[in-house]
Design a binder for this molecule. Structure first.
Ligand code: ZN
Length: 236
């Protein structure tokens, strides 16, 4: 989902979130509100508001929104998820009760992060608890990056690539067991290759990044961002 999502470039920051917002975006097309609930719903997160960034395309199962919400609650009890949430709060960004949201998505992405707002998990692309854990950890790393770097600009391909490199590397998205499940079985050097593949996929879904821009961006920030394991001491 969300590869055409421009919501992360919204130019109407709420005052209390200003520290997490960035410079004004270029003009974007008018976002249409597809919700039947109308005005009231407009302020809430929607798939159109999320970053085109998950890079996860687990598309082999489905749960209901309710079941997915339950799985999200389970995820929130996991040490790594708790640690990331605490790190985000320590960095000065609150995580409210509605930070995580299960939604049905019409695209193949498994989840997304809405800058300054929260994380969406696509229930219709989740099957196992592990799928949900994985999405949440990946997106929390984006949320952490968004919080700690006041000038992070998601429309900048290098900024986006950096956060994807970190999220891919630190979340274990490319753990060899997951890669085996995906049938990418070349083990030697697989982790970096896998991270690169997923970073490209995510950055390419950013409407501001062409293929060559995405490639250049990833190459230019790779070393710094791959080795930046914050808030962890080293890659988990
Ligand atoms: Zn991502």
């Amino acid at each position: 989902m969300l590869e055409n999502g421009l919501g992360h470039l919204k130019s109407d920051p709420k005052p209390e979130k200003q520290s997490m917002r960035r410079k004004s975006p270029p003009k974007k097309k008018k976002k249409k509100n597809t919700s039947a609930k109308g005005e009231e719903e407009k302020k809430k997160m929607s798939p159109e508001d999320a970053l085109p960034n998950s890079g996860s395309t687990i598309n082999r199962g489905s749960t209901t929104v309710e079941e997915c919400e339950r799985m999200i609650h389970k995820s929130m009890k996991r040490p790594m998820v708790k640690f990331l949430m605490e790190s985000i709060e320590k960095a000065g960004c609150g995580i409210g009760r509605s930070f995580f949201k299960a939604v049905e998505c019409d695209r193949v992405f498994s989840g997304g992060y809405c800058p300054g707002e929260g994380i969406l998990v696509c229930s219709n692309h989740m099957r196992l608890q592990d799928d949900v854990n994985q999405v949440i950890i990946h997106e929390l790393i984006h949320a952490y990056d968004d919080c700690r770097a006041a000038n992070l600009d998601w429309s900048d391909c290098a900024h986006h690539a950096c956060s994807e490199i970190r999220a891919g590397h630190l979340s274990g998205d490319c753990h060899y067991k997951r890669e085996l499940l995906r049938k990418f079985i070349k083990l030697r050097g697989h982790e970096q290759e896998c991270v690169r593949r997923r970073v490209m996929k995510s950055v390419l879904s950013n409407p501001y990044c062409s293929e060559s821009a995405a490639k250049d961006a990833m190459a230019s920030v790779w070393d710094v961002c791959y080795n930046d394991t914050s808030p962890f001491d080293r890659a988990p």
